[in-house]
Design a protein around this ligand. Sequence first.
Ligand code: NDP
Length: 449
Amino acid sequence: MSLNNVQLREIYDGLVSRNAHETEFLQAVLEVLESLEPVVEQRPELLEQGVIERMVEPERIVCFRIPWVDDAGRVRVNRGFRVQFNSAIGPYKGGLRLHPSVTLSVIKFLGFEQIFKNSLTGLPMGGGKGGSDFDPKGKSDGEVMRFCQSFMTELQRHIGPDTDVPAGDIGVGGREIGYLFGQYKRLRNEFTGVLTGKKVGAGGSLARTEATGYGVCYFTNEMLAAANDSFQGKTVVISGSGNVAIYANQKATQLGGKVVAMSDSNGYIYDPNGIDYQVIQEIKEVRRARIKTYLDFVPSARYVEGCAGIWTVPCDVALPCATQNELDGQAAEALIANGVKFVAEGANMPCTPQAVAAFQAAGIPFGPAKAANAGGVATSGLEMSQNSMRLNWTFEEVDQRLHQIMKDIYASAASAAEEYGMPGNLVAGANIAGFLKVADAMLWQGVSY
Ligand code: NDP
């Protein structure tokens, strides 16, 4: 641990002793506290008023049973979570994750990160996250629907358009949002913007599906521009093949890059001629098949078993877009040895602290998730605005706003890093810029919660 400030270290040690088993959450908190050292030195009232102690403790955690009936008529039980972390600048906002790896630690880490990410977007959204250890893989539509209905039967007590607005995340796409929204509407008898990621034509926003992937590339484009460079002619590696990865591929390609490798949790494909995002869309969104089947479309491509190997593929730009801690120190060294020039996180916390340290030590511009993948939640914020106004913007209008938001996020992270004596350190810059807005709102509201 490299926390020098005694009070911050005490806060962190206290957190460790109370949450020793929550490794992902502790990892996320430590990274933020390290960035805040120069801030609390300049502004001691933040510690005196307990702002940081309050910020690392969720305002509310809801944990509940989700019973549902499978196709064989058997009753199954999963565990559901909603962590309402911070509402200082707006209603709680953050996705729902359905994956067997979901634990309270994972949801707390994601909810904590969401506070700063949402703040960075410039929109009035607090931080929250939820999910369940339910695995949608291999389940029928009927099973997913019954699970979602049971999940929402409890969740609806805790959410609302002015209270907490969930969205999708891993395992929660348009299908699941539809089932969740339908159940909320049925139980509450109201059609409101209580969830984002809704179907276009039923309260959804155009460009939401594309937003996170596009946003990662808009952010990376700013990193490239700051180095007088561009995507033109760059070789790009993108891990994952889900929502974020597919649209990051589309935008990176539109901006002149060539995406040569993508993966799923089983392995990765390598296509030196460039991977067409529409083929991945067909495999993953339509057929719900494994990425290996890419070879049926492009027989000249190569498939390699094991997803971690993707980081041995030489590239100029690496965009990890799959899941947390998927790129470790060793993978970072392999990327560096193969000449990677820019790295930006599309997934949440995909790079381990060792990987981030390796990129920074090698002087490689590194875009952290909080900033680089904020385009998804930013566009969810734009969906909320459209719902409140009861009107719809065009694809171009939403995309234009998203692009501007990503440019602004880059500018505020870069300038906070500069102001606090860490020029070029976008990790620290994003943490500080996101933190200050929330901290000032908390100070203004008094010790109200
Ligand atoms: P999806 O469920 O659509 O896709 C996740 C993808 O990652 C799948 O292709 C999955 O493969 C793959 N995957 C999982 N684990 C690994 C691994 N260890 N190595 C390689 N691939 C793996 O999720 P999203 O695309 O929506 O989310 C991806 C990440 O981006 C998450 O961290 C999420 O929190 C973050 N994020 C998403 C946003 C959004 O708007 N969707 C917004 C901001 C962040 P398989 O099919 O084999 O499971």
